[in-house]
Design a protein around this ligand. Structure first.
Ligand code: NAD
Length: 386
């Protein structure tokens, strides 16, 4: 049984990411107690149990009936999120869901309403907002280190995943990285949250989204071919209530680039990798003089100063270990429940992020594209270049 300071959690969905969550459990000794796990696929559940030795529930009902479980971690694939979350809410459990909270904003809002009606809490990943690098950047902004924030850029380009050897990627308990599912869910649904949660926390609610999405590589060499490939590129501009404007790009086509830059009147803060809690946070001054402008052009951003972390990162990621503490989100929810305060990743926040994500990946669901009327004859290359 969980002690009075420990919150009982249980994992539903023992796939690729479940191992990453499980690896982070020792970081929460004394606060989170894992009661057990369940997967609807018995082989996957058995592989999880063989790796970690945790209790394997025989069914979702058995897990939901366990009184020692307070929070259900919904780590199923995105298409299964809503059904599992709904079942957990109905059983009176709090839920921490992997992202996206649901496949549509409407579905996400319905889950929030059910949770409220049932008197349980609902929160959603990602939790990189709670990590040391993002908190360090946020503190520097609050201290006025870059003046008034005007603009933010985030790139979440992952390179040509379909040409990479993703078939060989395995989690600790041997689960393959679910490439097919990721291609059908869409890289924006999978990744935009890592930037949107940060921007929304720092700049307040989004008020307007102007976006474009495209499917550039419909055939990603899968067998059988993808039934419904999602857009593999999106770009959107987001206006926040505070007046800050952000531009967010997602793709699994352009070369790997995860830079996040927050631009203020007197400087820029850059996080190289927002899903690494230990990622350096760099402060740069805008190049004003001729030499400074030259350096800025040559170095693609200019010289910068690495800011000291708000606190040391309490774990070492990399080399088979997660660079994020995946359980920091569930721990935040557990603490919020214990203290009777709102969670930093609460249900309104999760619904908001889901809505903006849907607008980025499927702009046509919200607005019709404006078609260009003018055309021109083909432009020939210079003769000397042919
Ligand atoms: N793969 C990653 O690197 C990664 C990283 C961060 C977050 N995530 C997120 O984590 C979630 C899971 O991703 P994944 O990569 O582990 O997927 P996965 O396909 O490897 O695992 C999902 C598991 O959920 C199980 N499942 C589905 N429906 C179920 C149900 N109703 N009851 C019980 N089990 C059920 C499946 O059998 C499968 O084992 C997704 O939301 C994804 O966006 C994935």
């Amino acid at each position: 049984m969980a002690t009075t300071t420990e919150t009982g959690i249980a994992i539903v969905g023992c796939g690729y990411v479940a191992d990453a969550y499980r690896q982070c459990l020792p970081l929460h000794q004394g606060t989170l107690r894992l009661a057990g796990a369940y997967d609807r696929d018995p082989e996957r559940l058995a592989a999880y149990r063989a790796t970690w030795g945790d209790r394997a529930y025989a069914s979702l009902d058995e897990l939901l009936a366990d009184p020692s479980v307070s929070i259900v971690l919904n780590l199923t694939d995105p298409e299964s999120h809503a059904a599992v979350t709904e079942a957990a809410i109905a059983a009176g459990k709090h839920v921490y869901s992997e992202k996206p909270l649901a496949m549509t904003a409407t579905e996400a809002a319905a889950l929030r309403d059910r949770a409220r009606a049932g008197g349980v809490r609902l929160a959603s990943a990602p939790c990189n907002l709670l990590g040391e690098s993002v908190q360090t950047a946020w503190a520097a902004i609050r201290e006025g280190r870059i003046g008034k924030v005007l603009l933010a850029y985030a790139e979440l380009d992952d390179g040509m995943i379909h040409r990479a050897n993703y078939g060989d990627w395995r989690s600790r308990s041997g689960k393959p990285w679910p490439g097919r599912g990721e291609f059908e869910t869409g890289c924006t649904y999978e990744h935009a949250g890592y930037a949107l949660t940060v921007f929304a926390a720092l700049f307040g609610p989004a008020t307007r989204v102007t976006s474009f999405a495209a499917l550039l590589v419909p055939d990603k060499d899968t067998t059988p071919p993808l039934a419904h490939p999602a857009p593999d590129f999106s770009v959107g501009c987001i206006e926040f209530e505070s007046g800050v404007v952000a531009r967010l790009t997602n793709s699994i086509v352009a070369p790997y680039d995860h830079r996040m830059r927050i631009i203020g009147e007197t400087g820029t803060i850059e996080i190289k990798e927002p899903w690494d809690y230990a990622s350096p946070v760099i402060l740069r001054r805008p190049g004003e003089g001729r030499i400074a402008r030259l350096i800025e052009r040559r170095l693609g951003g200019g010289l910068g100063k690495r800011l000291p972390m708000a606190r040391p990162v309490p774990f070492k990621g990399g080399r088979g270990k997660p660079t994020m503490d995946f359980l920091r989100g569930p721990a935040e929810l557990a603490e919020a429940i214990r203290d009777g305060r709102p969670s930093r990743l609460d249900e309104d926040f999760a619904v908001h992020v889901t809505e903006v994500t849907e607008m980025l990946q499927y702009p046509e669901r919200f607005d019709r594209p404006v078609l260009v009327k003018s055309r021109f004859a083909p432009i020939r290359p210079m003769d000397w270049a042919t």
